[in-house]
Design a protein around this ligand. Structure first.
Ligand code: FAD
Length: 548
């Protein structure tokens, strides 16, 4: 009889979104041995499906003062500890002729209560700051909004934790929680790539599995009800704004345009979805129409710019009490001690909140986890910078240090990896040769992502490097990346071909809803390359269990 593999640890974190990654890092910084288990890739859940807005808190100031205060506090912390994941763009709230003019004054007043710097500026000044803005706006406010890259942020948290000894298991699902009497003591796991099944045991289990937390709790015999709400977003091919542009009105559909790396995105909508449909959600045509129409009102250039893709995410709203009818739904951070609430020891849930409050959520979860483990260790994440963000980024110094390598390559590597650039770039032409021209991703960056950042396939690689996220959506770089998986012994040639198919299908999902004009032409071109030239659709792949 073959015994099932068993891992023993102090803390088990389920879910590799920003919350789980942040909790893992917080625990390891306190010296706790921890294992993180993620069923897909890091940041593949809601963390990778939002605007990437580093809220100033102004969007919540009028309706939810507590969230607004949390946001501005975390905004200031993250600008110090996660510099290389953030663009301190600043943000505007603008009033359009059709908007209620009284909201402008209300927002100034409530920002004051929340401690958010909110400055009234003239329309001319707003247009100077953001020349693409609708010139017909009536009033403008400036707030300290910014942008945050969810993939870089999650990856940096995991990298730090791993360097401090944490174990990270991606593409590994938790199929059930193991209970011994009134305690949860471990979890059953399955590696989705190899099919291997094993168990992980620990003194405390942190459920950071976002909207999927309901089924995880059910497997532990706990009733937790989620009320998922879908939000869709549209990505525009160019960076048409340099500061975050918000509409100055009660939050509603399509009232924000966020710049991010080389593109801009318009968000968002809000639609209730049934819990059993959360893995099947897609963007609806009426949402795209609303987003484009509203985005154009803020920035008229939207109508003249190619739409690159559309995507959606699910906001996990939780019923805090054991009631299953949703009378007590929380929109803020929810930390549940299941020992107190459900008489199940060794198990806690952290959910809700926002991407940009992930550190605070992690601190709350780690505080409770340590209390349950009888450890008195203080949180250090408020002041300990993430790997890559230890010092202020100095592009001029880096360009000088890497003399001989094109400035644009140095600039984009520094932008994505901060001080870790020194672990990536070196003066060997192969190392800085470009694999993705849209996003300036080099072979060296891909090698680093494969060896150090847990990238297991091309979709993971996209999240670590932005490969395939630019205008060509992977047409010209995906096959080169597939080749590098083989070159660096990260896949066999059959596996790399399969990865290529999976990557193109994943890109297709986001392009399909916006299939007109340039996007349609681009897809045709992609089809000619991968089917016409390579015949990828005709390649036969072994079934699961067959020899690869
Ligand atoms: C449309 C939209 C726009 C948003 N915009 C912003 C914004 O601009 N700024 C902001 O700060 N916040 C924003 N948010 C909120 C933010 O995205 C989320 O609050 C945050 O990302 C949640 O992170 P998380 O780690 O808690 O959950 P997730 O990122 O969903 O992570 C949960 C992880 O658990 C894994 N998992 C689930 N079940 C299992 C299992 N059984 N075994 C192993 N792993 C499992 C999943 O695969 C997933 O990766 C937005 C949300 C939405 C929906």
């Amino acid at each position: 009889m073959r015994l099932m593999k068993r891992i023993e640890t102090e803390a088990i974190v389920i879910g590799g979104g920003a919350t789980g990654a942040g909790t893992l890092r917080d625990l390891t910084l306190r010296g706790v041995r921890a294992v993180l288990i993620e069923k897909s890739d890091m940041a593949s859940g809601t963390t990778g499906r939002n605007h990437g807005l580093l809220h100033s808190g102004a969007r919540y100031a009028v309706n939810d003062l507590e969230s607004a205060r949390e946001c501005i506090r975390e905004n200031k912390i993250l600008k110090k500890i996660a510099r290389h994941c953030i663009e301190d763009t600043g943000g505007l709230f603008v009033t359009l002729p059709e908007d209620d003019p009284s909201y402008h004054g209300k927002l100034i007043e409530h920002c004051k209560y929340a401690g958010i710097r909110c400055e009234e500026i003239s329309v001319q000044e707003a247009l100077r700051i953001e020349p693409n803005l609708n010139p017909n706006i009536l009033a403008a406010l400036r707030v300290p909004d910014g942008t945050i890259d969810p993939f870089r942020l999650t990856s940096a948290n995991v990298l730090d934790a791993q360097e401090r000894g944490a174990i990270v298991l991606t593409h590994t699902g938790v199929s059930g929680v193991i209970r011994e009497g009134d305690r949860a003591t471990g979890v059953n796991c399955r590696d989705r790539r190899t099919g291997e099944e094993f168990e992980v045991f620990g003194g405390i289990i942190v459920n950071a599995s976002g909207v999927w937390g309901q089924e995880l709790c059910a497997s532990a015999g706990i009733a937790l009800r989620m009320f998922p709400s879908k939000g869709s977003m549209v990505i525009i091919d160019y960076r048409i704004n340099n500061v975050v542009v918000n509409r100055c009105r009660v939050p509603s559909d399509g009232d924000i345009v966020v710049p991010g790396d080389t593109v801009s995105l318009i968000g968002t909508t809000s639609k209730k979805v049934d819990y059993d449909k959360i893995d099947e959600i897609t963007v609806d045509q009426d949402e795209i129409a609303t987003l484009l129409e509203s985005g154009e009102k803020l920035i008229p250039n939207v109508s003249r710019t190619r739409v690159l893709r559309a995507y959606c995410g699910v906001r996990p709203l939780i019923a805090v009490s054991g009631e299953m009818d949703g009378r007590e739904i929380s929109r803020g951070i929810v930390l549940i001690d299941h020992e107190k609430r459900d008489s199940v020891g060794g198990f806690i849930t952290i959910a809700g909140g926002k991407l940009m409050t992930y550190r605070l959520m992690a601190e709350m979860a780690a505080d409770l986890a340590c209390a349950k483990l009888n450890l008195k260790k203080r949180c250090r994440t408020r002041t300990t910078a993430l790997p890559g963000s230890e010092r202020k980024l100095d592009q001029a110094k880096s360009v000088k240090f890497f003399t001989g390598i094109p400035n644009s390559v140095v600039g984009s590597t520094l932008y994505r990896h901060g001080q870790r650039i020194r672990n990536i770039l070196h003066r060997d032409k192969r190392n800085y040769g470009l694999i993705c021209e849209c996003e300036m991703v080099t072979e060296g960056e891909i090698e680093y992502a494969l060896k150090k950042l847990n990238a297991k396939d091309i979709v993971d690689l996209r999240r670590r490097t932005r490969i395939g996220m630019g205008p060509c959506q992977g047409q010209l770089c995906a096959y080169r990346a597939a080749g590098l998986f083989v070159k660096y012994d990260s896949a066999t040639s059959t596996e790399s071909n399969k990865m290529l198919v999976d990557f193109l299908e994943e890109r297709w999902k986001g392009i399909k809803p916006v299939l007109w004009g340039d996007a349609l032409r681009s897809v045709e071109f992609c089809y000619w390359i991968y089917q016409g030239l390579f015949g990828l659709g005709d390649v036969k792949f072994p079934e699961e269990g067959e020899d690869r």
